[in-house]
Write a protein that binds this ligand. Structure first.
Ligand code: ADP
Length: 259
Protein backbone atom coordinates (compact mmCIF):
# COMPACT_ATOMS: atom_id res chain seq x y z
CA UNK A 1 0.00 0.00 0.00
CA UNK A 2 1.37 3.46 -0.81
CA UNK A 3 2.34 5.43 2.27
CA UNK A 4 0.27 8.55 2.75
CA UNK A 5 2.00 11.72 3.85
CA UNK A 6 -1.16 12.88 5.63
CA UNK A 7 -4.59 11.55 6.48
CA UNK A 8 -7.07 11.93 3.59
CA UNK A 9 -8.71 15.33 3.54
CA UNK A 10 -6.26 16.88 6.00
CA UNK A 11 -3.71 19.47 4.98
CA UNK A 12 -0.85 17.77 3.14
CA UNK A 13 2.71 17.78 4.38
CA UNK A 14 5.27 17.64 1.62
CA UNK A 15 7.48 14.62 2.26
CA UNK A 16 10.96 15.72 3.31
CA UNK A 17 10.00 19.40 3.80
CA UNK A 18 10.24 20.56 7.41
CA UNK A 19 8.77 24.06 7.15
CA UNK A 20 6.48 25.53 4.52
CA UNK A 21 6.31 29.33 4.52
CA UNK A 22 4.22 31.49 2.18
CA UNK A 23 5.22 34.99 1.09
CA UNK A 24 2.10 36.96 0.24
CA UNK A 25 1.01 40.50 -0.58
CA UNK A 26 -2.28 42.27 -1.14
CA UNK A 27 -1.11 44.05 -4.25
CA UNK A 28 1.23 43.23 -7.10
CA UNK A 29 4.44 45.14 -7.58
CA UNK A 30 5.20 45.68 -3.90
CA UNK A 31 8.25 43.41 -3.98
CA UNK A 32 6.91 40.04 -2.89
CA UNK A 33 9.04 38.16 -5.44
CA UNK A 34 12.13 40.24 -4.64
CA UNK A 35 11.69 39.41 -0.95
CA UNK A 36 11.08 35.70 -1.69
CA UNK A 37 14.20 35.41 -3.86
CA UNK A 38 16.49 37.26 -1.46
CA UNK A 39 15.09 35.51 1.59
CA UNK A 40 15.56 32.09 -0.03
CA UNK A 41 19.17 32.89 -0.99
CA UNK A 42 19.85 34.34 2.47
CA UNK A 43 18.49 31.20 4.16
CA UNK A 44 20.73 29.08 1.92
CA UNK A 45 23.72 31.25 2.90
CA UNK A 46 22.83 30.59 6.54
CA UNK A 47 23.23 26.89 5.78
CA UNK A 48 19.55 25.98 5.64
CA UNK A 49 18.44 23.55 2.96
CA UNK A 50 16.10 25.88 1.11
CA UNK A 51 13.55 25.58 -1.67
CA UNK A 52 11.58 28.24 -3.50
CA UNK A 53 8.30 27.52 -5.24
CA UNK A 54 7.20 30.32 -7.54
CA UNK A 55 3.42 29.99 -7.41
CA UNK A 56 2.83 33.45 -8.89
CA UNK A 57 1.14 31.93 -11.91
CA UNK A 58 0.14 35.28 -13.41
CA UNK A 59 3.60 36.81 -13.28
CA UNK A 60 6.23 34.20 -12.46
CA UNK A 61 9.44 36.19 -11.96
CA UNK A 62 11.66 33.73 -10.10
CA UNK A 63 13.35 32.21 -13.18
CA UNK A 64 14.64 35.67 -14.07
CA UNK A 65 15.46 36.73 -10.52
CA UNK A 66 17.35 33.52 -9.76
CA UNK A 67 18.94 33.29 -13.21
CA UNK A 68 17.35 29.95 -14.06
CA UNK A 69 16.11 28.91 -17.49
CA UNK A 70 15.20 25.77 -19.44
CA UNK A 71 12.46 23.28 -18.96
CA UNK A 72 12.59 21.02 -15.89
CA UNK A 73 13.10 17.34 -16.65
CA UNK A 74 10.71 14.56 -15.79
CA UNK A 75 12.68 11.33 -16.20
CA UNK A 76 9.83 9.06 -15.11
CA UNK A 77 7.00 11.11 -16.63
CA UNK A 78 5.41 11.43 -13.18
CA UNK A 79 7.67 13.51 -11.01
CA UNK A 80 9.48 16.70 -11.95
CA UNK A 81 13.09 17.51 -11.15
CA UNK A 82 13.48 21.00 -9.67
CA UNK A 83 16.17 23.46 -10.78
CA UNK A 84 18.92 24.79 -8.54
CA UNK A 85 20.91 28.01 -8.26
CA UNK A 86 22.66 29.90 -5.42
CA UNK A 87 22.05 26.87 -3.20
CA UNK A 88 18.29 27.18 -3.65
CA UNK A 89 16.17 24.37 -5.05
CA UNK A 90 13.52 26.01 -7.18
CA UNK A 91 10.53 25.42 -9.36
CA UNK A 92 8.38 27.93 -11.20
CA UNK A 93 5.31 27.91 -13.35
CA UNK A 94 7.33 30.23 -15.57
CA UNK A 95 9.57 27.27 -16.52
CA UNK A 96 6.57 25.24 -17.65
CA UNK A 97 5.16 27.98 -19.88
CA UNK A 98 6.71 29.73 -22.84
CA UNK A 99 7.71 33.32 -22.16
CA UNK A 100 4.95 35.66 -23.25
CA UNK A 101 2.31 32.96 -22.84
CA UNK A 102 -0.65 34.14 -20.75
CA UNK A 103 -2.23 31.98 -18.06
CA UNK A 104 -5.92 31.75 -18.94
CA UNK A 105 -6.74 28.97 -16.49
CA UNK A 106 -9.72 28.92 -14.24
CA UNK A 107 -9.64 28.11 -10.53
CA UNK A 108 -9.59 24.32 -10.68
CA UNK A 109 -6.68 24.27 -13.14
CA UNK A 110 -4.68 26.68 -11.03
CA UNK A 111 -5.31 24.56 -7.96
CA UNK A 112 -4.23 21.43 -9.86
CA UNK A 113 -1.05 23.12 -11.02
CA UNK A 114 -0.23 24.26 -7.48
CA UNK A 115 -0.75 20.79 -6.05
CA UNK A 116 1.40 19.32 -8.80
CA UNK A 117 4.23 21.72 -8.03
CA UNK A 118 3.98 20.97 -4.33
CA UNK A 119 3.66 17.22 -4.48
CA UNK A 120 5.12 16.04 -7.79
CA UNK A 121 8.32 18.05 -7.74
CA UNK A 122 11.20 16.12 -6.18
CA UNK A 123 11.99 18.73 -3.54
CA UNK A 124 14.24 16.37 -1.60
CA UNK A 125 15.02 17.06 2.05
CA UNK A 126 14.50 20.73 2.84
CA UNK A 127 14.57 22.72 6.07
CA UNK A 128 12.34 25.34 4.54
CA UNK A 129 10.29 25.74 1.38
CA UNK A 130 9.31 29.32 0.56
CA UNK A 131 6.21 29.78 -1.61
CA UNK A 132 6.02 33.01 -3.60
CA UNK A 133 2.24 33.46 -3.95
CA UNK A 134 0.37 35.51 -6.52
CA UNK A 135 -0.82 38.86 -5.14
CA UNK A 136 -4.21 38.98 -3.47
CA UNK A 137 -6.52 36.42 -1.97
CA UNK A 138 -7.35 34.31 -5.03
CA UNK A 139 -7.58 30.58 -5.65
CA UNK A 140 -3.88 29.80 -5.39
CA UNK A 141 -3.46 31.45 -1.96
CA UNK A 142 -6.61 29.88 -0.62
CA UNK A 143 -5.73 26.43 -1.93
CA UNK A 144 -2.27 26.59 -0.41
CA UNK A 145 -3.62 27.64 2.98
CA UNK A 146 -6.33 24.97 2.92
CA UNK A 147 -4.61 21.98 1.32
CA UNK A 148 -1.04 22.27 2.50
CA UNK A 149 0.28 22.29 6.02
CA UNK A 150 1.51 25.90 6.06
CA UNK A 151 3.70 26.87 8.99
CA UNK A 152 2.98 30.52 8.42
CA UNK A 153 2.70 33.45 6.07
CA UNK A 154 4.86 36.54 5.67
CA UNK A 155 3.05 39.61 4.34
CA UNK A 156 4.97 42.08 2.19
CA UNK A 157 3.67 45.62 1.76
CA UNK A 158 4.87 49.09 0.93
CA UNK A 159 4.05 51.80 3.48
CA UNK A 160 1.36 53.23 1.20
CA UNK A 161 -2.27 53.12 2.30
CA UNK A 162 -3.44 51.54 -0.96
CA UNK A 163 -1.04 48.63 -0.46
CA UNK A 164 -1.78 48.33 3.24
CA UNK A 165 -5.54 48.11 2.74
CA UNK A 166 -5.03 45.09 0.49
CA UNK A 167 -2.40 43.59 2.78
CA UNK A 168 -4.98 43.69 5.57
CA UNK A 169 -7.36 41.60 3.42
CA UNK A 170 -4.62 39.01 2.94
CA UNK A 171 -3.99 38.85 6.66
CA UNK A 172 -7.72 38.45 7.22
CA UNK A 173 -7.87 35.54 4.76
CA UNK A 174 -4.97 33.69 6.39
CA UNK A 175 -6.61 34.29 9.77
CA UNK A 176 -9.86 32.73 8.58
CA UNK A 177 -7.94 29.74 7.23
CA UNK A 178 -5.99 29.40 10.51
CA UNK A 179 -2.58 30.11 8.96
CA UNK A 180 -0.32 31.88 11.47
CA UNK A 181 1.06 35.25 10.35
CA UNK A 182 4.81 35.17 10.97
CA UNK A 183 5.02 38.91 10.45
CA UNK A 184 5.03 41.79 8.00
CA UNK A 185 7.84 43.17 5.86
CA UNK A 186 7.94 46.80 4.79
CA UNK A 187 9.49 47.01 1.33
CA UNK A 188 10.48 50.21 -0.44
CA UNK A 189 10.68 51.64 3.03
CA UNK A 190 13.14 54.41 2.35
CA UNK A 191 14.56 55.45 -0.98
CA UNK A 192 18.32 55.79 -0.93
CA UNK A 193 19.64 57.83 -3.86
CA UNK A 194 22.41 55.84 -5.55
CA UNK A 195 24.05 59.12 -6.56
CA UNK A 196 24.19 61.15 -3.34
CA UNK A 197 22.87 58.80 -0.64
CA UNK A 198 20.00 61.16 0.19
CA UNK A 199 17.11 59.32 1.87
CA UNK A 200 13.50 59.96 1.00
CA UNK A 201 10.24 58.25 2.00
CA UNK A 202 8.64 57.97 -1.43
CA UNK A 203 5.79 55.71 -0.34
CA UNK A 204 5.40 57.20 3.13
CA UNK A 205 7.01 56.08 6.35
CA UNK A 206 6.14 53.77 9.19
CA UNK A 207 2.85 52.56 7.72
CA UNK A 208 3.68 48.87 7.90
CA UNK A 209 5.14 49.15 11.40
CA UNK A 210 1.93 50.81 12.60
CA UNK A 211 -0.21 48.18 10.89
CA UNK A 212 1.85 45.32 12.33
CA UNK A 213 1.48 46.79 15.79
CA UNK A 214 -2.25 47.23 15.34
CA UNK A 215 -2.56 43.58 14.31
CA UNK A 216 -0.20 42.33 16.98
CA UNK A 217 2.22 40.71 14.51
CA UNK A 218 5.98 41.32 14.30
CA UNK A 219 7.51 43.75 11.81
CA UNK A 220 10.17 41.41 10.43
CA UNK A 221 12.18 43.80 8.27
CA UNK A 222 12.27 47.19 6.55
CA UNK A 223 13.88 46.95 3.13
CA UNK A 224 15.13 50.11 1.43
CA UNK A 225 14.14 51.05 -2.10
CA UNK A 226 17.44 51.02 -3.91
CA UNK A 227 18.40 50.87 -7.57
CA UNK A 228 20.93 48.11 -6.81
CA UNK A 229 18.16 45.81 -5.53
CA UNK A 230 16.24 46.09 -8.80
CA UNK A 231 19.38 45.79 -10.93
CA UNK A 232 20.54 42.69 -9.11
CA UNK A 233 17.18 40.95 -9.54
CA UNK A 234 16.93 41.85 -13.22
CA UNK A 235 20.47 40.58 -13.69
CA UNK A 236 19.58 37.14 -12.35
CA UNK A 237 21.51 37.25 -9.06
CA UNK A 238 19.63 38.66 -6.04
CA UNK A 239 21.48 41.37 -4.11
CA UNK A 240 22.06 38.97 -1.20
CA UNK A 241 24.39 36.90 -3.41
CA UNK A 242 25.68 39.50 -5.87
CA UNK A 243 26.47 42.29 -3.35
CA UNK A 244 26.57 40.64 0.08
CA UNK A 245 27.88 43.79 1.81
CA UNK A 246 25.10 46.03 0.49
CA UNK A 247 22.87 47.46 3.27
CA UNK A 248 19.78 45.90 1.62
CA UNK A 249 21.54 42.51 1.52
CA UNK A 250 22.34 42.82 5.21
CA UNK A 251 18.65 43.36 5.99
CA UNK A 252 17.80 40.09 4.23
CA UNK A 253 20.58 38.23 6.05
CA UNK A 254 19.24 39.46 9.40
CA UNK A 255 15.75 38.41 8.39
CA UNK A 256 16.97 34.91 7.50
CA UNK A 257 18.67 34.60 10.89
CA UNK A 258 15.46 35.68 12.59
CA UNK A 259 13.28 33.05 10.93
P1 ADP B 1 5.77 41.61 -6.71
O1 ADP B 1 6.32 40.23 -6.61
O2 ADP B 1 5.14 42.08 -5.44
O3 ADP B 1 4.89 41.83 -7.91
P2 ADP B 1 8.46 42.36 -7.49
O4 ADP B 1 9.30 41.70 -6.48
O5 ADP B 1 8.37 41.73 -8.84
O6 ADP B 1 7.00 42.62 -6.91
O7 ADP B 1 8.97 43.86 -7.60
C1 ADP B 1 8.45 44.76 -8.57
C2 ADP B 1 9.61 45.57 -9.16
O8 ADP B 1 10.17 46.40 -8.14
C3 ADP B 1 10.75 44.71 -9.67
O9 ADP B 1 11.28 45.30 -10.82
C4 ADP B 1 11.76 44.72 -8.54
O10 ADP B 1 13.08 44.56 -9.01
C5 ADP B 1 11.55 46.11 -7.97
N1 ADP B 1 11.82 46.15 -6.52
C6 ADP B 1 11.22 45.44 -5.55
N2 ADP B 1 11.71 45.75 -4.34
C7 ADP B 1 12.66 46.70 -4.55
C8 ADP B 1 13.55 47.45 -3.69
N3 ADP B 1 13.54 47.28 -2.38
N4 ADP B 1 14.39 48.32 -4.29
C9 ADP B 1 14.39 48.51 -5.63
N5 ADP B 1 13.60 47.85 -6.48
C10 ADP B 1 12.73 46.96 -5.95
Amino acid sequence: KPRRATPPGGPARIPGVKHLIAVASGKGGVGKSTVSANLACALALEGRRTGLLDADVYGPSQPRMLGVSGRPASPDGKTILPMRNFGVTMMSMGLMLDEGQAVVWRGPMLMGALQQMLLQVQWGDLDVLIVDLPPGTGDVSMTLAQKAHLDGAIIVSTPQDVALIDARKGIDMFGKLKTPILGMIENMSTHVCSNCGHEEHIFGHGGVAAEAERLGVPLLAEIPLHLDVRRASDGGAPIVVSQPDHPAAQVFRQLARRL
